[in-house]
Design a protein around this ligand. Structure first.
Ligand code: UD1
Length: 374
């Protein structure tokens, strides 16, 4: 059985890694092919992750690159259509919720090829998020839906998905986290050589006395006033505690575009770095006092690591991180952010637990299920 596996953007890489490992147990029945759409292409956004996570070199790279949503989606579909004709896969497997996820699912489904979505059913119910559109379209046409949390099962049932298409297996991104946590335990904090705004004494950063920040959602970084408001709040926080900020290319471009570079680099304790590798980021987060983020995946990773997470969004498609884990939604309102930040600094923040089935073995459960189809 030939399974074509799709990756495109940074968060896909940690999700595909454990699946590629799990396929090795089924050498005689499954032939996995790895396809990179090329949605992310910078070394720091792509190649580094393949090397660190030991992901096989993609068999095929479609090299589509950046563009508007329509351009990117169309380019992926056109290239992937040719690939399907050549490769004739039995199954196309997609992960996550990026444009590559949706584009390849639509293309495969129109060829009548069985499609599998890993991390299905998550819903923010916010149709202004491109990822929500990607998730809904993908799930509505995929044959097999593998889910990470109970809310996803419920969402799919509410959308009329038949029970036999839903498989509650756990979280492949947490598989990767659990797998590498022990391997990075002796790694020193990775700041030397990464800082760009020269002002901060990076040697002064010690375990549990810094925060990590990631921010790249269009809703936060494409709107000047929202972005300015967030930096207003960060300016206050960084006076108490250093904040390490590996900056996404979208965010960097917008800071320049809105003329905010001077203000941002003027914050002494905001340590801006290039996007960093998986190991460095995991090491950084493992001993952070707390994390500020608008990422989807980081809400889950902080829950697993039991690190307080302030999510700079109004909603989340991963409610288990709030109900069970260490996540709180703070949006972009300074008062709310500072209020929750105060709880962390006073030791009044919730502790959290590990969600059901986030045990490091989701990929094995998925591949076992796929092997039954062979
Ligand atoms: C994409 C995903 C988002 C995910 C994020 C993780 C969609 C709709 N969005 O958003 O869900 O959370 O990846 O990073 O699929 N760029 C570079 N180098 C790169 C890639 C991008 O400089 O290697 C720049 C380009 O200018 C590009 C911009 O970043 O226009 C945005 O890239 P894009 O892939 O369109 O969306 P992301 O914001 O990265």
């Amino acid at each position: 059985m030939k399974i074509v596996n799709i990756v495109g953007a940074r968060p896909n890489f940690m999700k595909i890694a454990p699946l590629m490992r799990a396929y090795k147990q089924y050498n005689d029945s499954i032939n996995p092919v790895l396809v990179h759409t090329g949605q992310h292409y910078d070394e720091t956004m792509s190649k580094t992750f393949f090397e660190q996570l030991d992901i096989p070199r993609p068999d095929i790279n479609l090299g589509v690159g950046s563009g508007s949503h329509a351009e990117q989606t169309a380019k992926i579909m056109m290239s992937f259509e040719k690939l399907i004709k050549d490769e004739k896969p039995d199954i196309v497997l997609v992960v996550g919720d990026v444009n590559s996820t949706m584009a390849c699912t639509i293309t495969a489904a129109k060829f009548g090829i069985k499609t599998v979505h890993v991390e299905a059913g998550l819903r923010s119910f916010d149709m202004t998020m491109p990822e929500e559109i990607n998730r809904k379209v993908t799930d509505s046409i995929c044959d097999y839906l593998f889910t990470t949390e109970e809310s996803a099962n419920k969402n799919l049932r509410n959308e009329g998905v038949k029970e036999e298409r839903i498989f509650f297996v756990g979280n492949v991104m947490i598989d990767t986290l659990a797998y590498y946590l022990d391997k990075i335990k002796d790694m020193p904090l990775p700041f030397r050589g990464l800082t760009q705004n020269n002002s901060t004494d990076i040697d002064g950063i010690v375990e549990k006395n810094y925060a990590t920040l990631t921010m790249h959602r269009p809703s936060n970084v494409d709107d000047r006033s929202v972005l300015e408001g967030i930096f207003f709040t960060l300016e206050k926080i960084q006076k108490d505690i250093p904040i390490v900020f590996p900056m996404h290319p979208r965010t960097r471009k917008n800071i320049d575009h809105f003329g905010l570079s001077g203000k941002v680099s003027g914050m002494r304790n905001l340590i801006i770095t290039e996007p960093i590798g998986y190991f460095e980021f995991l090491r950084l987060n493992k001993t952070a006092k707390f994390i500020l983020t608008d990422s989807g995946g980081l809400q889950e990773e902080t829950t697993y690591l039991r690190i307080p997470c302030l999510t700079l969004r109004e909603n989340t498609e991963r409610p288990v991180t709030i109900d069970v884990g260490t996540n709180v939604l703070v949006g972009s309102d300074p008062d709310t952010i500072l209020d929750e930040y105060g709880k962390i600094m006073n030791g009044n923040f919730k502790k959290g637990r590990t969600p059901f089935l986030w045990d490091g073995h989701a990929a094995e459960r998925i591949v076992e299920q796929l092997a039954e189809l062979a």
